[in-house]
Structures are given as C-alpha cells and as structure tokens.
Design a protein around this ligand. Structure first.
Ligand code: 5GP
Ligand code: MN
Length: 367
C-alpha cells in the first residue's frame, strides 16, 4: 500500500509541476493509478457503488450546460438502474438550461438545509470541476463529507483529495467523460432519450456548438451513439441558443458599440459591466456566456474578457483563440482558472480600479 501511495504522489507532483496539461489519469481510493479507464478502476468502483448506498451528484457553482448536462445524464442512468441518487447544484441554473429533462430533480445548495443530504451520501460524484472549492458555499460541507468521492472532469490539475478521478483534458467536455464512464460501468443499457439529450447538450455547449475542443473522432462517436436515441439535435440547439430575452440582445448591442475596448498590442478585447448596467438590462446569470465570445470574431482579437461587477468582487470571464492560454492568465492574475481557451476568475478590487488592473495584467502576461 505504501509503495503505491508513493507512486501516486510522484506521478501527481511530476504532472503538476512539470507538465501543466495533465493527460488522462485515474486513481482509485489512493492505491491505484492508471492511464485510461481500466477494468481495474471500474471493478473497484463497482464494488463500492451498490444499490443500498446513497449517491449524490454535484455540479459546480454557476453551473453551465456541461456541468448540468453531465450531472443530469448521470442522474437519469443511475436512477433507471435502481440506485438511490440525488443531484445538487451549488447555485441556480441559467435560464437557458432550465428546460433540460430532469431539472425538477435538482436541489440547490442551501447552508441550512443541505448539510444533511451531503452527510448522508456514501458516494459523491463531482461533474465538470477539478476542485471542491469550485462549489463555493457548498465546498466546506462537501470537503468534510466522509463519502467516497468520484470526479468526472476535463479541467487541468484535479485535486488530489478525491478518491476516484476520471479526468482527461483532451475530452471535449465532462459530459463526454460521463458517457464513457456509463459505458465502462456497464450502465449503457439504461441510457434513454432524456439522458442522451442531457449528455448531448453538455457536449454541444462546452464545444461552443462544435466549434472548439471537438476535433477528436471519439467525440463524434459519442454524438453518433446519442443521436440513435432519437434526440432532436436542431431543437436542442434552438432551445440553448435562441432562448434569451430581448433585453439581453439590446445589452449585447450596447456592449459591442459603447463598451468594448481593444488593446491592439496584445490582441486583447475587454468589456466592463457595472451593477447599474446589469440592472438596467435585467442581466441574468449565464447571460455573459455567449457575449464574451463575440469579440473573437474579429481576426486580430485573440483574447476576450468580460468583467461583471458583483457585490463583493468583479467576476471575470475569458475566452481566447489558439495558443493564448487564459487558464494560466487567470490563475496568475484573476484568482481563477479553467481551460486554455475558456477560463474565469475574480478580482477583489473596486470597479473603478479594475480596468487598469486588467489591462496591465494582460499586457504583462502576453507581451
Ligand atoms: P465562465 O467564463 O463561463 O464563467 O467559465 C469558463 C471556464 O472557466 C469554465 O470551464 C469554468 O469552469 C472556469 N471558471 C470560471 N470561473 C472560475 C473560477 O473562479 N475559478 C476557476 N478555477 N475556474 C473558473
Ligand atoms: Mn466543462
């Protein structure tokens, strides 16, 4: 046992310190580490994952399509297979995701009422995040839980505190990982149209409608399998992308025309939105998602940032093209992280001082 633990530590530290983008690796209950999802891993997990156990699935704070689609996909399959399973989100769903099949089963984390559900869980699945801190207010309770923790994710640098990790940064989405997990756990027979819709939505949203992170043929093998359940791909696209308010469209017009700034030396575009503007345009959680991508349609813009004033901090959202690594930028300057081409973070400064900080940081990082 000691010997294996040592190997794990070596592999982890080697990956984390030397090679920033960790490839697939999985560890099980701190004594197994393998490079792909093997029978050994699934056998060990199958022994623990039994019908009398209470299972909890959690997405991340401000859940996106991937976290929701992956969590609900896994929920549907486990439920149909006869498991005692519930699903929690640390904060509310964005409006354009509320139509997903099964959202009525989700409970939102509340510090007064959710502790019991967390403490009762024997097994907790984390979908689409690499560290418990990404669940924000739920993190403390989740960290304290004695449950066996299983992470299904595709972000770099997964936390070592998790018992079973199935993480691959090359995968399009956590939802693709969920599909492969279902397959390897022999649960594929419980897939149905609702599950397929959830998983498809997760993959579609995280790849920005198959425009990024979707060049691996395996991703389309999964899509092909999902389409066989009779899901309506065009309807899903429509529900996700054409389901916003008129006010959001007007906000986009205002931001692009009045607010967007360009820093040509570093191919950088940014937009700042104050609390007053948010109120004026009735801005909803998740609305920034499509907006931050828009400046990237300009050929010379390689990095796009949107800064949204919150009560206690400024929320940062970043997108980029090619080799401009906004995950590293956000880790260094914006207390955040994410993927190479899509990341987020926070600035704990006044709104007035934030703009200069952003421009200085991006110039320093990319010059
Ligand atoms: P978004 O801009 O949509 O909020 O987030 C884009 C990506 O960055 C997502 O993959 C998300 O998980 C990650 N991300 C967003 N905010 C944070 C944050 O505060 N910390 C970390 N580590 N990742 C974040
Ligand atoms: Mn994701």
């Amino acid at each position: 046992m000691q010997k294996y633990n040592k190997i794990i530590n070596n592999v982890f530290s080697k990956n984390i310190n030397i090679n920033y983008d960790i490839k697939t690796y999985i560890c099980g209950l701190n004594f197994t580490i393998v490079k792909i999802l093997t029978k050994d891993f699934t056998d060990k997990l199958s022994k623990i994952l039994t019908k009398e156990k209470k299972i909890l699935i959690s997405g991340h704070f401000n859940p996106d399509g991937d976290s929701l689609g992956g969590s609900l996909g896994l929920f549907h399959v486990l439920k149909k297979a006869g498991f005692d399973v519930s699903v929690m989100m640390p904060s509310d769903l964005p409006g354009f995701m509320k139509w997903l099949p099964g959202t009525e089963n989700i409970f939102l984390y509340d510090k007064n009422t959710s502790l019991q559900a967390i403490n009762k869980a024997d097994i907790i699945f984390y979908v689409d995040f690499n560290d418990e801190s990404r669940t924000e207010y739920a993190a403390e309770d989740l960290k304290k839980s004695k449950a066996v923790k299983v992470m299904l994710d595709h972000h770099p640098q997964p936390s070592e505190a998790i018992d079973f990790i199935f993480s691959d940064t090359e995968m399009s989405s956590a939802s693709e990982i969920v599909f492969r997990f279902i397959e390897m756990m022999n649960l594929k027979k419980y897939l149905d149209k609702d599950t397929a819709t959830c998983i498809f939505t997760g993959i579609m949203t995280d790849t920005l409608n198959f425009s990024v992170n979707s060049s691996r043929p395996e991703t389309f093998e999964v899509i092909s399998e999902l389409l066989k359940f009779g899901i309506n791909k065009d309807e899903i696209y429509d529900k996700v992308n054409n389901n916003f308010s008129l006010k959001r469209l007007k906000l986009i017009g205002y931001l692009l025309y009045e607010k967007m700034q360009i820093v040509p030396e570093v191919n950088f575009s940014y937009m700042m939105i104050s609390k007053k503007e948010l109120k004026e345009f009735n801005f909803q959680d998740g609305d920034h998602e499509g907006i931050v991508n828009m400046p990237l349609s300009v050929s010379d813009v390689k990095i796009s940032l949107i800064a949204i004033e919150n009560d206690d901090f400024i929320k940062i959202s970043l997108r980029s093209k090619g080799n401009y690594d906004v995950n590293k930028l956000s880790r260094k300057y914006f207390n955040g992280g994410g993927h190479k081409n899509a990341a987020g973070g926070r600035i704990y400064k006044s709104y007035a001082k934030t703009e200069e900080y952003i421009v200085t940081s991006v110039k320093a990082f990319f010059s």
